[in-house]
Design a protein around this ligand. Structure first.
Ligand code: ADP
Length: 727
């Protein structure tokens, strides 16, 4: 109270108490001592759950009370929604409005200006800046959460440029970076003109150890004997559950996670509480009703036995069900891939890391995971308020490995963050973005100055990046995206639009090349183009895929606007583009989700992210075609992007525009003779109720929409998930 009373009114302090803040954590005290409430730029590095979010909360509150405006940046969409929910409640208690903005990259979202706290992903913030969002200059505090992700490929560089641009803006707002433990906190802080603040305090004590031959060897010198069940993971699981704890197991791959969860089920099923059985049955039924594929079915089965797997192949709603059940204690064990450690906050008393090695697909061999990743996983151990202490256990395969693991991970400091700006696709995208939105940066000199302000340059100077920048600038000039006249760089209309559309300039140039060569393409041709662009993630080709992919190539090769490459590696890429294009084609031809999952060996979560990206690329290409006068390409790509968004044939596009109507319901309506909005408007409600799956609430909602003006685009976008929830 004493510390806070220097900054806040008694009224605010009382409200804070009502919100559960009765005293401050050491993390918060230290941040305040270092001036976070006095407007100082700070980079705060502290373990998970040590109260970093509240540091941001207090700083934000201070700004809001003074009439300021806050931007809160996170690296992932899932995290953005998590924070949004938390902040809506927290700031709402003080009368401030919070908004979440993650979708549509092609908008300046002027409406966001009405809110006090804006939560967005780094990418969305970058896109808003490219659109010169009018409220950007009125921001007084910018919080960059998980700032250590600066060091991750691709996305790290986006954050780096975003922060550089903020640093170079006039009236730089206060900056607060929140980070996991990193090696070179000082460097990052210096770059941001901020004070480094490092906190080691954790709300729950963390004990790290290595398991080998029926014993856990802890870093504090103690050991714990574990009853052996013949398998390390099972023994450790049993040992945790029997003492009413929960266990979070990290497996290196999706496949391993599923297999491990099946093994664990034999143990966890004995620990399902009587009171949890019904909850689990309900959750299991809900899952199966949402998704009919094999993967989701396996998960639903496992839930009944008190365990789940968790990886990016699962749909977002399935993952959320797993997280909620674990938090509520209904399931006792979760086996996850390491992506979980970077995203959701899902602590458990014991964390087991089954393998410190990981297969690097690009390099083709096993490598050790970084210390930073180990620390992230280990940091999940210990549930605040539930556990006295948390344990993070690595598994050794030999006695020698015990010592090795201690040295390599437990006693080791996390690696230094490295700039990722050397990544060419990001660099060329960002060069275009900077030149097309920042009127001050219109010459090579200014560009050099800009690059000199990056984290990359702080470490290596600009000579490492300048040649790469020049090379890519020339490419942008040659492609007609930037014009150079007497040393002045100006974006062309096309270049500006490409920057706004938030696609890699190479994606656009590839499209333009094809538009010039062909008057029109088949649907598969467009889908192949989309799959081939650098913005698209493609799916890998397995040995068993060759036969059918080569058959398709034989039968339908003419629809693909590219020569089949001779080079073996390029050929492999070619087939993966084809496979991705075929998946998208099945999706827009209304092939059921479970069949796609089976045929392409992907999860529903993959289908979702692939289609989201593909929709965006085809929309962008359609816009570019329009600008350049390729009208037919533009129309076809525009229809295609809508079909991808909804997963339907063209004839259903009118119906899926309605809220609550997705691909499955639209098809049912169509089959029952309702083929347009008009048909529905004149339809008898009783008749509609006869269609299987159409209840009174849905029919009423449909009718209502037909009365009111067309709903906003945003609602239409949210609809695909919604249908899944309602079925
Ligand atoms: P981090 O952002 O460092 O991962 P959080 O801010 O999410 O950690 O804090 C973890 C938990 O601790 C949250 O449930 C939060 O409500 C709680 N917490 C943080 N600070 C305080 C405090 N001063 N008093 C009470 N609870 C707090």
């Amino acid at each position: 109270r004493q510390v806070l009373s220097k900054y806040f009114s008694q009224e605010i302090i009382s409200k804070l108490e009502e919100e559960g803040v009765k005293s401050l954590y050491p993390t918060q005290l230290l941040a305040i001592k270092n001036g976070v409430l006095d407007g100082e730029n700070i980079v705060l590095s502290a373990p998970t759950a040590s109260g970093k979010t509240l540091v941001a909360g207090l700083a934000a509150l201070k700004h809001l009370e003074e009439g300021g405006k806050v931007l809160y940046l996170v690296p992932l969409r899932a995290l953005a929604s998590e924070k949004y929910k938390e902040f809506k409640k927290f700031f709402g208690a003080f009368g401030y409005k919070t908004v979440l903005s993650t979708g549509d990259y092609d908008s300046a979202d002027p409406a966001l200006g009405k809110y006090d706290v804006i939560v967005t992903t780094n990418e969305k913030a970058d896109s808003l800046m490219r659109h010169s969002a009018p409220w950007f200059p009125s921001l007084t505090l910018i919080v960059a959460d998980e700032i250590h992700l600066l060091g991750t490929e691709k996305r790290g560089a986006t954050l780096e440029v975003l922060l550089t641009r903020i640093l170079m803006s006039e009236d730089t707002p206060q900056l607060l970076g929140l980070s996991a433990t990193i090696g070179n906190l000082e460097d990052v802080a210096r770059w941001l003109h901020a004070k480094p603040v490092k906190v080691d305090w954790r709300p729950v004590v963390l004990r790290e150890g290595v398991y080998y031959d029926e014993n856990i060897f802890f870093a504090d010198g103690s050991t714990r004997r574990i009853d052996s069940l013949g398998n390390s993971v099972l023994s450790l699981t049993y040992d945790t559950l029997r003492e009413s704890g929960q266990v979070l197991i990290f497996s290196p791959t999706r496949r391993a996670a599923v297999a491990e969860a099946k093994k664990v089920a034999n143990i966890s099923r004995k620990f399902v509480a009587e009171g949890s059985k019904r909850v689990l049955q309900e959750a299991s039924r809900k899952l199966v009703s949402l998704h009919a594929d094999k993967l989701t079915h396996e998960l639903a089965e496992l839930l009944l036995r008190g365990v789940a797997f968790h990886h990016a192949g699962l749909s977002g709603d399935a993952r959320e069900i797993v997280e909620d059940l674990f938090r509520a204690g209904h399931i006792k064990a979760v086996v996850a891939t390491p992506t979980l450690a970077a995203g959701v906050n899902l602590p458990a008393r014991r964390v087991v890391i089954t393998d410190y090695r990981r297969y690097n697909v690009e390099l083709g061999y096993q490598e050790s995971i970084p210390v930073m990743e180990y620390k992230q996983m280990a940091g999940r151990a210990g549930r605040p308020k539930f556990d006295k202490e948390g344990e993070a256990i690595l598994i050794a395969r030999s006695f020698e490995e015990v010592e090795y693991l201690f040295k390599k991970y437990i006693y080791a400091e996390p690696e230094n963050l490295q700039s990722q700006l050397g990544s060419e696709p990001v660099l060329r995208s960002q060069l275009l973005a900077v030149i097309s939105t920042d009127e001050k940066i219109r010459s090579m000199d200014m560009l050099e100055k800009f690059l000199g302000r990056t984290f990359f340059a702080q470490r290596y100077g600009t000579f490492g990046i300048l040649p790469l920048a020049r090379k890519n600038l020339e490419k942008l000039i040659a492609g007609g995206l930037i014009e150079e006249k007497n040393g002045v760089l100006n974006p062309t209309f096309l270049g500006k639009r490409i920057a706004e559309l938030y696609i890699d300039p190479d994606t656009a140039l590839e499209g333009i090349r094809l538009f010039k060569e062909h008057e029109s393409l088949e649907v598969l041709g467009y889908l192949f183009l989309v799959s081939k662009t650098p913005d698209m993630t493609t799916i890998g080709v397995r040995r068993g895929d060759y036969e059918y992919l080569e058959e398709v190539l034989e039968d339908r090769g003419r629809e693909i606007p590219y020569q089949v490459p001779q080079d073996e590696i390029e050929y492999e890429f070619f087939l993966s583009y084809l496979k991705t294009a075929l998946l998208l084609e099945d999706w827009i031809n209304e092939v059921p989700e479970d069949s796609i999952v089976e045929k392409y060996d992907v999860g529903p979560g993959d289908i979702y992210s692939l289609t989201q990206t593909a929709e965006w690329i085809s929309f962008s290409l359609s816009q570019i075609a329009e600008i350049l006068g390729f009208h037919e390409h533009s129309v076809k790509l525009s229809i295609l992007s809508k079909r991808i968004a909804h997963g339907v044939k063209e004839e259903l596009l009118e119906l899926v525009a309605l809220k609550g109507i997705g691909r499955v319901r639209a098809r049912k309506l169509y089959e029952h003779g309702y083929r347009s909005i008009y048909d529905l408007a004149v339809a008898d409600e009783k008749e509609l109720l006869r269609i299987p799956g159409f209840g009174p609430a849905l029919v009423k909602a449909i009718k209502q929409q037909l009365k009111s003006p067309v709903e906003s685009q945003e609602e239409v976008e949210g609809e695909r998930l919604e249908e899944a929830e309602q079925i």
